[in-house]
Design a protein around this ligand. Structure first.
Ligand code: THU
Length: 163
């Protein structure tokens, strides 16, 4: 038996002001579009802004449903829209902003497992990393340089033997 440590470097910024102007602009967009989340059941609003290699920014926010599993997270609304609008254009970064009507979210909320898997598909497809910027409604900003950092031992198409 041998042990292998799997870890990654997380960048932690005290606030949005500490970010580069590109990162700050993207996170500001995520905060802005969080306002349009449709989250009457959870009262938890998430905004996502996707920066494409062609400079376009594609947005998403969570869209809930009375039949709970029929709703979709902000991250998947955004990346699926990016894939639909700009097929073949790489995603450079995704900013995610989360807030609640029930309490103050002061710790960045990482994407759920399904969203990690969905974003991973694009990282594999484009063969280049997608960085993530995460923030609650206040507090620090976390930056990860690649989706695979937060989805270790992930499942991808290589297991299917088709690539
Ligand atoms: N949600 C997201 O939009 N992104 C995540 O990564 C986690 C959760 C949404 C789904 C649901 O509308 C609400 O937050 C509560 O789970």
């Amino acid at each position: 038996m041998k042990k292998q440590h799997i870890g990654f470097d997380l960048e932690i910024y005290e606030g949005i002001e500490e970010l580069s102007s590109t990162d700050r602009g993207l996170l500001e967009k995520a905060i802005e579009v969080r306002e349009n989340a449709y989250a009457p059941y959870s009262n938890f609003q998430v905004g996502a802004a996707v920066l494409m290699e062609n400079g376009e920014v594609v947005i998403g926010n969570n869209q809930e449903n009375a039949s709970y599993p029929s709703g979709l997270c902000a991250e998947r609304v955004a990346v699926f829209q990016a894939g639909a609008l700009y097929p073949g254009v790489a995603i450079l970064a995704i900013a995610i902003s989360a807030a609640s009507n029930k309490h103050v979210v002061d710790v960045p909320a990482g994407p759920c497992g399904n969203c990690r898997q969905a974003i991973m598909e694009y990282e594999i497809k484009q063969r280049s990393p997608i960085s993530l910027l995460l923030q609650g409604q206040e507090g620090p900003v976390y930056k990860c340089s690649s989706l695979k950092d937060i989805l270790p031992l992930g499942f991808g198409n290589s297991f299917l033997g088709d690539s």
